[in-house]
Design a binder for this molecule. Structure first.
Ligand SMILES: NC(=O)c1ccc[n+]([C@@H]2O[C@H](COP(=O)([O-])OP(=O)(O)OC[C@H]3O[C@@H](n4cnc5c(N)ncnc54)[C@H](O)[C@@H]3O)[C@@H](O)[C@H]2O)c1
Ligand SMILES: [Zn+2]
Ligand SMILES: [Zn+2]
Length: 347
């Protein structure tokens, strides 16, 4: 079968690899129907987390080919979506969908290690299937379902954990697809204003079209602009969806006294210089979230099925799996107005 393999930094190849199989009695074999590239894949693509030989991809949906003896929630032939993050599958946390706090320290992300190959491939083995997959309801398309495997749940939890109350001023920093979803989910909580921060003009324009007030951070003055726009008060809730040192720092600095800062961007800097005195003097609540994807499905599926959310609108590029190297290059370079890339494993 073909899979997207990371050979080294910025070196992607679509390679013939041994066929995936059912990974054990609790697992299933999935034929992948659609898969997407994520900002998180870029941490592997250009460092600091490069894993040579990894089969990439944690955002995928498909059709069940075969199940292990202990799988009870789905059967062969079912269309399913898979949480990009899984746990052991048997502890109380995993059974509640809260896979990130797996009591057996079993939290894993597809496509980030040699032990758990990813789904940017024709097929993939899915362990702990009963706690990590969802049969896709008829009202949800494959393209919508792909976005339920990671980034819409992440944006949703980023907004939920920002403690937004009606009338609040919200700041969203980073307007990639994760930030766009954080913005749309923040709107579910009734803020009076959302200020949306990025460096890329077309991303700022997209946020404005969604009803937010764009703040251009390209000159490094985002925090001052946020204070100007809020009469010197700052934001009641801040959602950070970049993961850079600079943007996390900005999130803390632009928060009003008593605010909540909710970080969903991935930062891998063990020596991040956290401005504790600022957080102390403003009595901030600081939250950082790796998303327990399955906990969000019961809220997000009805929001999509009813037409309240149209997540598929983030896909700007649809390409074949065979074009993965070019897809990664364009996505990383933010060329051609790209926001999110969908890959079709049949081409
Ligand atoms: N917590 C989770 O569970 C989870 C899940 C998925 C993705 N993520 C993370 O979310 C982040 C965003 O993912 P994405 O797919 O939207 O990525 P992306 O690269 O498409 O978007 C990042 C955006 O941030 C903007 N940006 C960069 N520096 C900035 C700055 N200083 N100020 C303001 N904006 C700035 C970029 O222009 C870009 O638009 C990544 O770090 C990704 O790893 C986290
Ligand atoms: Zn992702
Ligand atoms: Zn567990």
């Amino acid at each position: 079968m073909r899979a997207v393999v990371l050979r080294g930094e910025r070196d992607i190849v679509v390679d013939d690899v041994p066929d995936a199989g059912v990974p054990g009695p609790d697992g299933l074999l999935l034929r992948v129907d659609r898969t997407a590239i994520c900002g998180s894949d870029l941490h592997l693509y250009h460092g600091p987390m490069t894993v040579p030989g990894a089969h990439l991809g944690h955002e995928f949906v498909g059709t069940v080919e075969a199940i292990g003896a202990d799988v009870h929630t789905v059967r062969a032939g079912d269309r399913v979506l898979v949480s990009g993050v899984i746990g052991c599958g048997v502890c109380a946390a995993c059974r509640a969908g809260d896979v990130v706090v797996c009591l057996n320290a079993g939290t894993r992300v597809f496509g980030t290690s040699l032990e758990l190959p990813g789904g940017q491939a024709e097929a993939v083995g899915v362990p702990a299937a009963d706690t990590s997959v969802l049969k896709i309801p008829d009202a949800i398309s494959d393209e919508q379902a792909v976005l339920l495997t990671d980034i819409l749940p992440t944006g949703y939890l980023g907004a939920q954990r920002a403690d937004i109350t009606p009338g609040d001023v919200v700041v969203v920093i980073g307007l990639g697809p994760v930030g766009v979803f954080a913005l749309q989910c923040a709107q579910l909580y009734g803020p009076s204003r959302i200020l949306a921060v990025d460096l890329v003009p077309d991303r700022l324009a997209r946020a404005a079209a969604l009803g937010a007030e764009p703040i251009d951070a390209a000159d490094g003055n985002a925090v001052a602009k946020i204070y100007d726009a809020t009469g010197g008060r700052g934001a009641n809730a801040v959602i950070e969806a970049v993961g850079a040192d600079q943007s996390i720092n900005d999130a803390i600095l632009c928060a009003a006294p008593g605010a909540t800062v909710s970080v969903i961007g991935v930062n891998l800097n063990l020596a991040f210089p956290f401005p504790v005195p600022v957080a102390l003097m403003k009595r901030l609540t600081f939250r950082v979230t790796l998303a327990s994807i399955p906990t969000t499905w019961s809220a997000l599926v009805p929001l999509i099925a009813s037409g309240k959310l149209h997540p598929e609108e983030v896909f700007t590029h649809r390409m074949g799996l065979s074009e993965a190297a070019e897809a990664y290059r364009v996505f990383d370079a933010r060329e051609d107005g790209v926001l999110k890339v969908l890959l079709d494993p049949t081409t």
